[in-house]
Design a protein around this ligand. Structure first.
Ligand code: NAD
Length: 247
C-alpha cells in the first residue's frame, strides 16, 4: 500500500486509535493533519514521530462538536497543505449509563461529539473533496452501532447514526469518486476501554473468537486499506474489525 503524495486529516489523533491511524498513514507516505483537544504534550510527540518519518504534520486543537473550531481546523489545514485527500472521523467519547439513569447531558454530549462531530467535519470538507475528486472518507463507528449494548443507548445510537450517515453520503458523492466507508471496531485496548472494570473486560474476552482484545494497530490497518487504492471499488460499507465478536 502506498499513500505517497496524499494528505490525511485524522480527528482525535493524539492518542489511542487516532494516533495509531495517524502514524500508520504517515508510514505509508501520507502527510498528516490531526486534531487534539487537551494534551499538547501528547500531540507534540505524535507530530515529532510523524516528522521523524520524513512526513509533514500539522496538529490543530479543535473540538469536533463545535462548528467554529471545525471551520478553522479545515481552513488551517487547507491553507497549509492546499488539499485533503483522506478524512478519518475518529474522535469519540462514551458516557455510559442505563437509560433510566442517563442524564440529558450524557445523551447530548455523546451525540454532539460522535455524530454531530462527524457531520461538522465532513460538511466543512466535502465541497473541497467534490472539487478535487478521488478522496476517501473513513468513519470510525463501533460494533455496538450494529448490535446495541446495554448501558450505551447514547453511544450505540451515535454510532448507528454514523453508519447511516456513511451509507447516505457514499450515495451522494460516489460519482465524484469519493468513497465513504465505516469501520466498526470491537473491543480495542485504549484509554476508552482501560477504564472499564476487569469483570466487564473478562466478559468481553469470552465473546471474542480470536481470544484477545484488539490493538489500535488492528484498526489502523483497516483504515489504511480503505484509504488506499487497494479498496478503490469499495464504498458505503461497514468493515467489522472485532476479532469475531459479532459472528
Ligand atoms: P480514546 O479515548 O483513546 O480517544 C478518543 C479521541 O477522541 C482522543 O484523541 C480525544 O482527544 C478525541 N476527542 C474526544 N472528544 C473530542 C472532541 N469533542 N473533539 C475532538 N476530539 C475529541 O478512545 P479510542 O478507543 O482511541 O477511540 C477512538 C474512536 O474509536 C472513537 O470514535 C471510539 O468511539 C471508537 N471505538 C473505540 C473502541 C474501543 O474499544 N476502544 C471500540 C469501538 C469504537
Amino acid at each position: 500500500m502506498n499513500l505517497n503524495g496524499k494528505v490525511a486529516l485524522v480527528t482525535g489523533g493524539s492518542r489511542g486509535i487516532g494516533k495509531a491511524v495517524a502514524l500508520k498513514l504517515a508510514s505509508l507516505g501520507a502527510d498528516i493533519i490531526f486534531s487534539y483537544t487537551s494534551s499538547e504534550e501528547q500531540s507534540k510527540q505524535v507530530q515529532d514521530t510523524i516528522e521523524s518519518m520524513g512526513r509533514r504534520a500539522l496538529a490543530i486543537r479543535a473540538d469536533v462538536s463545535k462548528m467554529n473550531d471545525v471551520e478553522k481546523m479545515i481552513q488551517d489545514g487547507m491553507n497549509y497543505f492546499s488539499k485533503i485527500d483522506i478524512l478519518v472521523n475518529n474522535a469519540g467519547i462514551t458516557k455510559d449509563n442505563l437509560l433510566m439513569r442517563m442524564s440529558e447531558d450524557e445523551w447530548d454530549n455523546v451525540i454532539d461529539v460522535n455524530l454531530k462531530g462527524v457531520f461538522n467535519v465532513t460538511k466543512c470538507l466535502i465541497r473541497n473533496m467534490i472539487k478535487q475528486k478521488d478522496c476517501s472518507i473513513i468513519n470510525i463507528a463501533s460494533i455496538v452501532g450494529v448490535s446495541g449494548n446495554a448501558g450505551q443507548c447514547n453511544y450505540s445510537a451515535s454510532k448507528a447514526g454514523v453508519i447511516g450517515f456513511t451509507k447516505s453520503l457514499a450515495k451522494e458523492v460516489g460519482k465524484k469518486n469519493i468513497r465513504v466507508n465505516a469501520i466498526a471496531p470491537g473491543f480495542i485496548s485504549t484509554d476508552m476501554t482501560d477504564k472499564l472494570p476487569e469483570k466487564i473486560i473478562d466478559q468481553y474476552l469470552e465473546k471474542i473468537t480470536l481470544q484477545r482484545l484488539g490493538e489500535p494497530d488492528d484498526i489502523a490497518n483497516a483504515v489504511a486499506f480503505l484509504a488506499s487504492d487497494m479498496s478503490k471499488y469499495i464504498t458505503g460499507q461497514v468493515i467489522v474489525v472485532d476479532g469475531g465478536i459479532l459472528i
